[in-house]
Design a protein around this ligand. Structure first.
Ligand SMILES: NC(=O)C1=CN([C@@H]2O[C@H](COP(=O)(O)OP(=O)(O)OC[C@H]3O[C@@H](n4cnc5c(N)ncnc54)[C@H](O)[C@@H]3O)[C@@H](O)[C@H]2O)C=CC1
Ligand SMILES: O=C(CO)COP(=O)(O)O
Length: 332
């Protein structure tokens, strides 16, 4: 029996597994590629995703997903959002009946527009109270370097949130709890879209006023969207909302910021996707989030402009913290 299994040995799965192990949890990390599992186990390194980081000796890695799941009293999922359903469909049967299942992911499924906790509930057919999500200002490399950081664990069951938060903490990583799964998940999804916008204006060469305007109006947009879908407004001013916006929009470590920057420099969507070596979830979330917003009648001008730039229908230099077609001043 191990305390935790983490599925996905990219930058976040590996970092989170390290954080769990550093907090004293006996942890197993599943890597799809056997050579990646071997490198982690034998050299204590994941050079492709976390260069320069030495992983704890107590962290075990495997490329056998069923072995990882069979003995785990908690399960953490950290694969790209578009890949989750297939993974659970193939191997979800190996999850123990009593294990909480925790999403570390920040995307929505493109075809269904579902959040990751909803995909988990559908595929594993488990009660919502066994599902938790973790979000917050959590740039993986900084946490792997043990910079002090906070996150929030959300579950409709306060007991599950507490159980997960007690495991997912150590000297440099602290987990708060809440019961607003919708707000916590959407905070993580939507900040990626604002980070794309910030990257675009950075790539164009605009300065801090432009960025602060977009972040502030972006937070209003994100809050309107999330609340329309059932989130608590205060979640959006917490770690999973404002906290993650600040971290992601302000750091070249962010893959969404980086993807936006390339768009702002004039690369096309296809070129950007080809150049990204890690997942930038925002690229796949733009369309489903726009569809969800339209269904609820939520106005999202910044998201719309990102979409137009991605589609090659707007010059990145024209992106602004408002719709350029607004003739009448509107209330802040
Ligand atoms: N890296 C970060 O700073 C943070 C990332 N996240 C979220 O964590 C999730 C995972 O992202 P990262 O680890 O950063 O991505 P990544 O690009 O660094 O790694 C993705 C991992 O998933 C694996 N993978 C790809 N397709 C797969 C499949 N079909 N089945 C199984 N494994 C597959 C890849 O081999 C790789 O190990 C994303 O939703 C991201 O938004 C959340 C917080 C922080
Ligand atoms: O979620 C993150 C920070 O909280 C990581 O952001 P990126 O996916 O843009 O790198």
């Amino acid at each position: 029996m191990v305390d935790a299994a983490v599925l996905g040995a990219g930058s976040w799965g590996t970092t989170f597994a390290k954080a769990l192990a550093d907090g004293g949890a006996e942890t197993v990390l599943w890597a799809r590629r056997p050579e990646a599992a071997r490198e982690i186990d034998e050299s204590r390194r994941n050079t492709r995703y976390l260069p320069g980081i030495t992983l704890p000796a107590s962290l075990h890695a495997t490329s056998d997903v069923r072995e990882a799941l069979a003995d785990a009293s908690q399960v953490y999922l950290a694969v790209p959002s578009q890949q989750l359903r297939q993974l659970l469909r193939e191997h979800g049967g190996a999850v123990r009946d009593d294990a909480p299942v925790v999403s570390l992911m920040k995307g929505v499924e493109a075809g269904t527009r579902l959040r990751m906790s909803e995909v988990i509930a559908e595929e594993l057919q488990i009660d919502a109270g066994r599902i938790a999500v973790v979000s917050g200002p959590n740039l993986a490399l900084e946490i792997a370097q043990e910079h002090p950081t906070a996150a929030v664990v959300a579950s409709s069951s306060p007991m599950t949130a507490r159980e997960v938060a007690k495991r997912a903490r150590n000297d440099y990583f602290h987990s708060f709890i809440n019961t607003d799964v919708i707000g916590t998940e959407f905070g993580g999804v939507l900040k990626n879209l604002v980070a794309l916008a910030i990257g675009i204006v950075d790539g164009v060469g605009y300065g801090e006023n432009t960025k602060a305007s977009i972040i502030t109006r972006g937070l209003a947009e994100v809050t309107d969207f999330a609340v329309a879908h059932g989130a608590e407004p205060q979640t959006m001013s917490g770690l999973a909302g404002l906290g993650d916006l600040i971290a992601t929009c302000g750091s070249p470590l962010s893959r969404n910021f980086t993807a936006g920057r390339l768009l702002g420099m004039g690369y096309s969507r296809t070129d950007v996707i080809a150049r990204m070596e890690q997942v930038a979830e925002g690229l796949a979330s733009v369309d489903p989030v726009a569809q969800l917003a339209a269904a609820k009648g939520v106005r999202m001008p910044i998201l719309e402009q990102v979409r137009l730039v991605l589609d090659g229908a707007m010059d990145p230099r024209d992106i602004a913290p408002h719709l350029t077609t607004d003739d009448e001043p509107i209330e802040e």
